[in-house]
Write a protein that binds this ligand. Structure first.
Ligand SMILES: Nc1ncnc2c1ncn2[C@@H]1O[C@H](COP(=O)(O)OP(=O)(O)OP(=O)(O)O)[C@@H](O)[C@H]1O
Length: 354
């Protein structure tokens, strides 16, 4: 999967920019606050309709006003044109010249995996981020998973609405919810099992110390089927469903203890980088369709040896990669044969350097 052209208008501090990225490694170099992360954020937003930074959509529009415009031409098995306009409380999304109702219609047209300095939150923060990590990764290798997840969430919402009415009769949603919930769980289990080996291998290559293992907490008691768990919990439920894969978590264990308690901030970064790179490797292995990898601030995140190892892994598993750095020297170009480009970012302007 390759972005052939990216256009950014009135987004963060970028008034207007056009990039024709290389098919391989693209370096974005500039001082702090130049706008490098904003370029990665624009790509991520086109792929998912959300930012990897905090703040609502208004923080994306330049100075919080006007209209931000993002577009990209993507080449994969076919070619596609994506476009998004973000106005005040409005957004317009286009695919191949036609308006589409929401980002869900774009799912899979542009796939990205990102690693940012806030990435350690995946280890240290709450379970929502980890579920999202699992679900996107699964979708990258199993496109039908998206429909399954949507079906589950629709039923969950319907059941929660029903619970709010304070019902006393039989549960009309439980069996449907349990069926899709169990299926989600099975797919997540299988994905985690496949991912774990890759994560361990890559964690080792990145010089991560200790034994890293992973496991899935399914979101309801292990000994019960989901239908049974819902039935048993029925009396304690007030107005929302408390059991199910929407309450699942991904356990990250370092040397027998939860990584969030045991691992240092630096170790957490290596763990998360290993997770993201493992997702990339698995996508390549399973689907042959390689997501675009976005790597923010490679220089400050990793020491030289790990940086070299990370870039080597990206050469092995990645196809198109965007890395940001304050200095070129912190991010050497890949070995010969891999197309590469360097872009200088300066106060919101972007220029390719020869
Ligand atoms: N909505 C906005 N409108 C205008 N400028 C913004 C907006 N949001 C952020 N900025 C500014 O845009 C600049 C670019 O930020 P960005 O994080 O992309 O820089 P960066 O080059 O990645 O920096 P660093 O190396 O420090 O991570 C910052 O100076 C920030 O203050």
């Amino acid at each position: 999967m390759v972005i052939q052209r990216l256009q950014i208008g009135a987004f963060r501090n970028i008034s207007s920019a056009r990039l024709d990225p290389a098919e391989g490694v693209n370096r974005l170099v500039g001082v702090n606050g130049a706008g490098k992360t904003s370029v990665l954020e624009a790509v991520h937003f086109l792929a998912s309709g959300r930012s990897f930074r905090r703040g609502g959509p208004d923080t994306l529009r330049q100075n919080g006003s006007g209209e931000a415009v993002l577009s990209a031409r993507i080449a994969d098995r076919g070619e596609h044109a994506l476009g998004v306009r973000l106005g005040e409380g409005s957004r317009e999304i286009r695919l191949d010249g036609a308006n589409v109702p929401g980002f869900s219609a774009l799912a899979g047209v542009l796939k990205t995996i990102h690693y940012t300095p806030e990435g350690h939150r995946l280890a240290s923060g709450g379970p929502r981020e980890r579920r999202r990590f699992l679900d996107w990764g699964l979708f990258h290798v199993e496109p039908a998973y998206l429909d399954l997840a949507r079906r589950y969430h629709r039923t969950l919402q319907q059941r929660n609405r029903w619970l709010k009415t304070g019902p006393s009769g039989p549960d009309p949603w439980a069996s449907q919810l349990a069926a899709s919930g169990e299926e989600i769980n099975q797919q997540r289990e299988a994905y985690v099992a496949r991912l774990e080996g890759k994560v361990q291998e890559i964690f080792g290559e990145l010089g991560g110390a200790g034994e890293l293992t992973m496991g899935l907490e399914q979101g309801w008691p292990e000994a019960l089927g989901l239908g049974e768990a819902l039935e048993r919990d029925r009396r304690r439920e007030l107005d929302s469903t408390r059991m199910g894969p929407h309450r699942a978590d991904l356990r990250l264990i370092l040397d027998g203890s939860p990584a969030r308690e045991r691992a240092s901030r630096g170790q957490q970064k290596i763990i998360i980088l290993a997770l993201r790179l493992a997702q990339l490797a698995l996508a390549l292995e399973v689907s042959g369709e390689v997501p675009v990898f976005l790597f923010d601030d490679v220089g400050s995140e990793l020491d030289p040896e790990r940086r070299r190892a990370a870039m080597g892994l990206l050469e092995r598993y990645g196809r198109q990669v965007f890395v940001t750095s304050t200095e070129e020297a912190l991010c050497p170009l890949p070995s010969s044969g891999i197309p590469a480009a360097t872009f200088r970012v300066h106060e919101g302007t972007i220029e390719r350097s020869e």
